[in-house]
Structure formats: structure tokens, C-alpha cells
Design a protein around this ligand. Structure first.
Ligand SMILES: Nc1ncnc2c1ncn2[C@@H]1O[C@H](COP(=O)(O)OP(=O)(O)OP(=O)(O)O)[C@@H](O)[C@H]1O
Ligand SMILES: [Mg+2]
Length: 244
């Protein structure tokens, strides 16, 4: 059965998209078949992966109930493109009984074709993130080691608990500390997080300018800087995820 992983946090700019595509690509390079679903109307994952000619995308599946489209980015690594058009979905389905099962329905026909499906959520806890949690069996919270970012974690945990009432398969996979700069304050916050009663991944994603640079040219660091140590972090995270 595919692990369907919602990558979420209502805090913006914490590394959700960077994580979705880099852990996805690391797992694909390790032989796992991986799909990233760009479920954010900002379509950052799609842009980051260098899609030049927009094709069929998530809006076709969500708004028009077409089969979920996806295309191969590199060996074993597939993307369902995002689209600004998706922004209208929330309004479109407001008040409808199926409002929060749109993505679950869209994934039902294809989920068995993959080992891992990562759903890159936008920075909100509304329509998109709830749809993602209803469709998923795992939740991965990404945070930065800053006071502001970790303050929001209890709200995310509350939403996961609420969705678990109707989706008992959903489990918190863990909290990932991303974009961590070498600051004393960061290690204090990391220590504090590790005392909580939820899993915090052993791997911490360090801050390297290579992620931003790679995104500008439409690549992951796997292709942009294949020998740089930045790659170690997402490869280590991929191993942790594979080991359960
Ligand atoms: N480990 C890192 N080191 C340095 N820069 C990073 C790192 N991770 C992410 N970034 C940069 O930080 C910015 C925000 O990252 P990203 O888009 O992944 O966050 P996000 O949580 O998906 O944002 P949003 O909430 O808008 O969807 C990007 O410019 C990205 O390149
Ligand atoms: Mg994002």
C-alpha cells in the first residue's frame, strides 16, 4: 500500500515544498516509485521542478473529476502539476457534501501505482490541507527552528486529531526541522522540540543556499549540486522514512 504523506504547516516558507520534492527525489533515487502532488495554487513545486510548458494538472482532477494526471520528471520520480486554477476549488465546492474528499477521490485510481505519494500543501489549514489529510495515511509537519514557527505546531496537531476521527488510517509520521542555521537559539528550540511527546526526525535539514539556487534554475539539488553535502540531509531523511 502506498504511503500517502501530507507535508503540511500553516506557517509559510518553512520548507514544505523543498522537502516534498527533495525527499521524493531521494526516495526515487533509492528505487522507490514516488509521486509528488502539487496541491498548492502557488504551484511552487511545479515551478521548482522546472516545468516549462504547463500540462494537465491537479485542477483537471479536482475541478473536473478527470483522472489524476502526472508525468515523469526523472527515473521513478513523478509530478502531478499544480495550477493557479486550483484556487477556485474552495469556493466551487463550498457547501457540497464532498468538499473534503475531492483529493482522496482523485488519488483513488492511481495510489496503488506508487510506493510514496507526497502531497505538498499550501500554508493554511483550510480546504487544501484538510483534503490532503483526508486523503493521506501519514502527516509530516515541517517547521523551522524558530519560536514563531514552533508556536503553530499545536494547532496543526489539533487538526490532525480532528481528521483522525473520520480517517483513522492517518498517523503523524513526525516533525521535521528544516532550514536550520547554526545558531545557539536554533539548538535550544531543537532540544525543546525533542522533549515533546511526538516524533521529531533525527535528521535536521541544514540551511544551504543551494536549495534556493537550484529552485531558480528549476532543479533539485540532486541535479544542481550532486556532490554537495546538502544532499546528505534529504538522503538521511529518506532512509528514516523508509525505515518507518
Ligand atoms: N534547507 C534550506 N536551506 C536554505 N534555504 C531553504 C531551505 N529550505 C527551503 N529554503 C528556501 O526557503 C524558501 C521557502 O521554502 P519552501 O518554498 O520550501 O517553503 P514552503 O513552506 O513550501 O513555503 P509556502 O508556505 O509558501 O508553501 C525557498 O526560497 C527555499 O529555496
Ligand atoms: Mg510551498
Amino acid at each position: 500500500m502506498a504511503k500517502i504523506i501530507s507535508v503540511l504547516n500553516h506557517k509559510g516558507g518553512v520548507g514544505k515544498t523543498t522537502t516534498s520534492i527533495h525527499i521524493g527525489r531521494s526516495l526515487a533515487d533509492m528505487g522507490q516509485k514516488v509521486l509528488v502532488v502539487d496541491f498548492d495554487p502557488q504551484a511552487n513545486a511545479t515551478i521548482h521542478l522546472g516545468i516549462q510548458e504547463p500540462g494537465k494538472n491537479i485542477a483537471d482532477a479536482i475541478l473536473r473529476s478527470e483522472p489524476l494526471p502526472y508525468s515523469e520528471i526523472s527515473d521513478n520520480f513523478y509530478l502531478c502539476e499544480g495550477s493557479l486554477e486550483l484556487a477556485s476549488a474552495e469556493k466551487e465546492f463550498a457547501g457540497s457534501v464532498s468538499v473534503y474528499i475531492r483529493l482522496k477521490k482523485a488519488l483513488s485510481g492511481i495510489k496503488d501505482k506508487f510506493d510514496y505519494i507526497f502531497i505538498d500543501c499550501p500554508p493554511s489549514l483550510g480546504f487544501f490541507t484538510i483534503n490532503a489529510l483526508v486523503a493521506a495515511n501519514r502527516a509530516l509537519i515541517v517547521t523551522n527552528p524558530t519560536k514563531l514557527a514552533i508556536q503553530g505546531i499545536p494547532t496543526v496537531l489539533d487538526l490532525i486529531e480532528e481528521v483522525q476521527e473520520t480517517n483513522p488510517e492517518l498517523q503523524l509520521m513526525g516533525v521535521l526541522i528544516a532550514d536550520s542555521e547554526k545558531l545557539i537559539a536554533s539548538s535550544v528550540i531543537e532540544e525543546h522540540l525533542r522533549q515533546e511527546d511526538f516524533r521529531v526526525f533525527d535528521t535536521v535539514i541544514r540551511h544551504y543556499k543551494h536549495y534556493k539556487e537550484a529552485s531558480i534554475v528549476g532543479q533539485t539539488v540532486h541535479d544542481f549540486a550532486p556532490t554537495h553535502k546538502a544532499l546528505e540531509d534529504y538522503n538521511n531523511l529518506a532512509m528514516e522514512v523508509m525505515n518507518g
